[in-house]
Design a protein around this ligand. Structure first.
Ligand SMILES: Cc1cc2nc3c(=O)[nH]c(=O)nc-3n(C[C@H](O)[C@H](O)[C@H](O)COP(=O)(O)O)c2cc1C
Length: 179
């Protein structure tokens, strides 16, 4: 799971906690918070990634991704785009789902992210999750506690993600794609 916001006072970890609670306990989950990652200077980037980053092996080890992202100015944040651009083969031929949140928007962040992921040969699930004003649905402990419909929708997208993860893990092993 990759959480894309880095602001000091942010919703990202709260939403990531909600997603983590919905994941099947049989799944091994690696939580990457972009705020904890130091990437090299962008002057070193080249097409297809850059020098190996400190989290390249963690991304490479994953069979699927959940992107948790806010919407900033009708898209997803630059912090997340940087993390994506710093890797290339690590993403390839794997599935992802997206959980986006915002004040009014979230669809633009989702669709912009889908387009970028497609360029990296990442398949996104049909079902994705968009949360409007999640800060209005916190429980007494500050956890995100939305209507059951939203949690059901998230679970459906995670079920779809797991199907893709299994299918594509087999395909990467048995039918390598050379192009
Ligand atoms: C720079 C900036 C731009 C934003 N632009 C949008 C926007 O275009 N649409 C929207 O719905 N919310 C927008 N918001 C509200 C954020 O989605 C909301 O503050 C959210 O909590 C941000 O995620 P974070 O707390 O994890 O950083 C914006 C917030 C920031 C800081």
């Amino acid at each position: 799971m990759i959480s894309g916001s880095v602001r000091r006072e942010r919703m990202g970890p709260t939403i990531a906690g909600w997603v983590a609670a919905a994941l099947d306990t049989s799944i091994e989950v690696d939580r990457i918070d972009v705020a904890d990652v130091t990437l090299p200077d962008d002057s070193l980037l080249f097409p297809g990634g850059g020098p190996k980053s400190e989290i390249a092996d963690r991304i490479a080890a994953a069979d699927a991704f959940v992107f948790v992202t806010p919407e900033y100015n009708h898209s997803y944040p630059a912090s997340l785009k940087r993390l994506i651009d710093w890797h290339y083969g690590e993403w390839r031929l794997k599935p992802a789902t997206i959980v986006a949140y915002g004040a009014q928007g979230r669809h633009a962040a989702i669709e912009h992210l889908r387009g970028v992921l497609a360029e990296l040969s990442v398949v996104t699930t049909r079902r994705v999750t968009g949360l409007r004003e999640p800060w209005a649905s916190l429980d007494g402990q500050g956890r995100y506690a939305p209507d059951a419909d939203l949690t059901r929708g998230l679970t459906a997208s995670l079920t779809e993600l797991r199907w893709w993860a299994e299918v594509l893990a087999d395909a990467r092993r048995d039918r390598p794609l050379s192009t």
